[in-house]
Write a protein that binds this ligand. Structure first.
Ligand SMILES: Cc1ncc(COP(=O)(O)O)c(C=O)c1O
Length: 483
């Protein structure tokens, strides 16, 4: 496809015309305000999201890079880090920073682990990080940028990291081990106390990824739910990532990374004093940091408070129960595993779950698809209490529709079977065909009839061919192409 250049506007638009254009641009976006998205958005309901928005707006131009220019942001950051530490089993020694998101928190934790290992290990080859198969790709991304070797260990039948395999994976080059609370794909919490024992025996840095769970698990526990130990109450946990822009309901662009103590955080801090521009010092990866995101996090914690978070968590977990019951009552589909909290993986032994997801997309639901096993993923939030019944009805109808052996489904099955057969002998030409099917750059193609494509992805998950295809697709997505 031909690339096109975008001209710079010669004149600015007037405000109303400009805002109208922006509203128009939103037309095809996922309708998160109505609770139609089960991914990417953590919606506590309108009152709280508006309060967070107003707090963000109060600091929308401020820059947390310089705490002397904006002492308010420094205070808010210290408050938020301190409050997060007290929720997550920390004490007065626990410290951290606010970062742009889970990925930045994870990147910084892996960087600190690498620098710490230089002092505490005699690793002569590439340092290795032991990563459960269920852990977020942000760990692989961090390894990619930081020159670390990811060593993937499988999960067990309960989808938690297989501890025997984790033990086997430890070598003299290992520096860190990861546990999730919970893992994104199946919503289960790894056995952190056992991982801590492994880490202590082998002098490894243990990072707990509580990006999703950090601000819901502590409240679920207070409500009486059985939540296994996962935080600083477990001796041996060095760092925890917990996203403010997930279940803390803050604005996008905020996560905390907590360290057990200030010595560990020192590996993260950066300064360059030889610059003609003056002393440069920065606590995290970003230089300029969005003041609005910090203010929004502070507002969420202080505006919602423990009582509010308990209510929101209760609402979420009631909705999880309703959805679980409803799913269990629909013939042909099932939960892949009982979740520990609010992330559900829904699959099927007999039916094409991606075709069911397509039917739901047609009805305006936004849902992620996962692989091995093929399933769809629901991130449940308080807003879903309002739409759970409608969703279950649509899910039931979608399942029934897919159950009826339609011609499309037959054709899909045949195509998928062909691809499965092709997999072993995938020639470059065949691959080109597959590529044109998957990388047309039109996202609506993917959502409207994606079951074959996702079936292919499930088959090829983790292969270099699929990696290359996805990188091509990404390249296309961020290139201006002629329509
Ligand atoms: C368990 C877990 N860790 C890390 C991340 C990465 O967070 P972010 O997308 O904010 O960088 C996610 C995102 O969904 C996640 O679910």
């Amino acid at each position: 496809m031909k690339k096109k250049q975008i001209a710079f506007p010669t004149q600015g638009l007037d405000k109303e015309a400009l805002l109208e254009k922006l509203r128009l641009l939103k037309t095809d976006d996922a309708r998160w305000k109505m609770g139609r998205t089960f991914a990417h958005i953590y919606n506590p309901g309108n009152d709280i999201s508006e309060m967070v928005r107003e707090a963000y707006n109060l600091f929308y131009y401020e820059n947390a890079l310089n705490p002397y220019a904006f002492p308010s942001l420094r205070k808010m950051e210290l408050d938020v880090v301190g409050m997060a530490a007290s929720l997550l089993g920390g004490n007065e020694e626990t410290t951290g920073t606010i970062n742009n998101g889970g990925t930045e928190s994870i990147f910084l934790a892996m960087h600190s682990a690498r620098e710490w290992a230089k002092e505490h290990h005699h690793v002569t080859e590439t340092p290795e990080v032991i990563i459960p198969a269920s852990a977020h790709p942000a760990f692989h991304k961090a390894c990619h940028y930081l020159g670390l070797k990811p060593v993937v260990v499988p999960v067990g039948t309960d989808y938690r990291v297989n501890l025997a395999e984790a033990w086997k994976a430890i070598t003299p080059h290992s520096i860190a081990i990861i546990g999730s609370a919970p893992s994104f794909p199946h919503g289960v919490i790894d056995n952190i106390p056992k991982l801590a024992e492994l880490a202590a025996e082998n002098n490894l840095w243990l990072h707990v990824d509580a990006c999703v769970g950090g601000f819901i698990l502590p409240f679920a526990r207070k409500l009486g739910h059985l939540i296994p130990d996962f935080d600083f109450s477990v001796a041996g946990v060095y760092s925890i990532s917990a996203d403010l822009h997930k279940y803390a309901y803050a604005a996008k662009g905020s996560s905390v990374l907590l360290y057990k103590n200030a010595q560990l955080r020192r590996y993260q801090l950066f300064t360059y004093t030889g610059w003609s521009g003056g002393i440069y010092a920065s606590p995290s990866f970003g230089g300029t940091r969005a003041g609005g995101a910090i203010a929004a996090a502070w507002a969420a914690f202080n505006g919602i408070g423990e009582a509010g978070y308990l209510k929101l968590t209760e609402k979420t977990l009631q909705t999880v129960r309703r959805l679980r019951q409803g799913i269990e009552n629909i013939k042909g589909i099932k939960l892949i595993t009982p979740p520990d909290i609010s992330l559900l993986a829904v699959g099927s032994d007999k039916l094409d779950i991606y075709a069911i997801a397509d039917e739901l997309s047609e009805k305006g639901w936004f849902i992620n698809r996962q692989f091995k096993p093929a399933c769809m993923h629901l991130t449940v939030c308080p807003i879903h209490a309002d739409v759970a019944d409608e969703f279950l009805l649509d899910l039931q109808q979608a399942t029934e529709k897919v159950q009826k052996l339609s011609f499309t489904r037959f054709a899909n099955t045949m195509q998928l079977a062909a691809v499965k057969g092709l997999k072993k002998i995938l020639s470059p030409e065949n691959f080109q065909k597959l590529k044109s099917l998957t990388t047309s750059g039109k996202s609506d193609n993917v959502s409207k009839n994606s079951s074959v494509i996702y079936g292919v992805f499930d088959e090829l998950a983790g292969t270099s061919e699929l990696n290359n295809m996805v990188i091509d697709a990404l390249d296309n997505l961020y290139t201006n192409l002629e329509d």
